[in-house]
Design a protein around this ligand. Structure first.
Ligand code: ZN
Length: 318
């Protein structure tokens, strides 16, 4: 049973906004484009494994959660967490194509793409060990004692894996039923499962790396300003009395400014003033900007000209 469903990672959404807004001549543009592709592939893999888990009758009475962050001494962002009778299982999903070498001493994941390019990544075991320790620490603070297992899962057969001896299981998604069955055989006890589920749900954290200009140390002036046309991709839609008009493709849209304000919140800052709003959306009238911001019913601090509108609710709820 899924109790926290799949959702694209906030960083994927942020990188989409960054790649849309950053000028292609920016020296880091291609790096961000590549990072976005990696994140999108990662999300796709996680979504696939979530679907597979949902279809396993074996997990009908277990709890499945996507993307779990809990308060802990060690940073954690668990791709998939399973609460099964008498155990917690953490899955680290790796959707990487090409040839992968998982080497020890030091532990690294080395990926060679089909075109021969070599990239080095953190060994997924290191992440998973950290999450298992972090999870253990979190449960200790809640006075819960339960075995925690983990596995690294490669969702698709688009990867050729060479592995030196390791400490944690590395599986293909198709092996998950057998792997999970082994853990589920041991016990049928379900009372603590509900308790653990409630503890985890009430401590979930929403961690985002926003604003990305700060995170990646990009000058916000390198971003393209203006309202973006969803139809042709052009910038600089013109404000009409009601809605927005694209001079390039004649497309009209009532709420085109909402995506731009979401972009602002993910890239530049989580609050915005009337002046910053006019500058980013490229509108002249203070009155029009005020109407736009007020209509969104955003939490506000300060009064009159010093009002700051809080934008973080935009990308989370819409
Ligand atoms: Zn257009």
């Amino acid at each position: 049973m899924i109790i926290k469903s799949f959702a694209p990672s906030p960083l994927t959404k942020g990188l989409q906004a960054l790649v849309t807004r950053l000028h292609p001549t920016h020296p880091q543009y291609q790096n961000f484009q590549q990072e976005l592709k990696n994140k999108e592939a990662g999300d796709f893999g996680e979504q696939y494994v979530m679907k597979e888990l949902q279809q396993m009758a074996l997990l009908n009475d277990c709890y499945i959660l996507h993307n779990v962050t809990l308060p802990s001494a060690l940073p954690m962002q668990i791709d998939i967490l399973l609460i099964v009778p008498n155990a917690i299982i953490l899955l680290e999903i790796k959707n990487i194509r090409g040839t992968v070498h998982l080497k020890n001493d030091p532990r690294q994941l080395i990926r060679t793409s089909d075109s021969g390019e070599v990239h080095v990544f953190t060994h997924p075991e290191i992440q998973l060990e950290q999450y298992i320790q972090g999870m253990k620490h979190f449960l200790d603070t809640q006075n819960v004692s339960i075995p925690i297992y983990g596995a690294v899962v490669f969702p698709f057969n688009n990867v050729n894996i060479h592995r030196e001896e390791g400490r944690l299981p590395i599986l293909m998604a198709k092996e998950l039923p057998i792997f999970l069955h082994k853990h589920l055989e041991k016990s049928k006890e379900t009372t603590t499962m509900a308790e653990i589920k409630n503890i985890i749900l009430s401590h979930l954290r929403n961690r985002t790396p926003f604003p990305l200009c700060q995170y990646y140390q990009i000058d916000a002036s390198a971003l393209r300003r203006g309202v973006y046309c969803e139809n042709c991709g052009g910038f600089g839609m013109e404000k009409l009395k009601i809605g927005w008009h694209c001079q390039m493709c004649q497309h009209r849209c009532r709420d085109a400014h909402i995506q731009s304000l979401k972009d602002y919140s993910m890239l530049v800052g989580e609050t915005i003033t009337n002046r910053e709003c006019r500058d980013f959306l490229m509108i002249e009238s203070e009155h029009v900007a005020k109407r736009i911001l007020q209509k969104l019913q955003l939490p506000r601090s300060g009064s009159n000209k010093n009002s700051r509108y809080k934008l973080s609710g935009l990308y989370m709820n819409r």
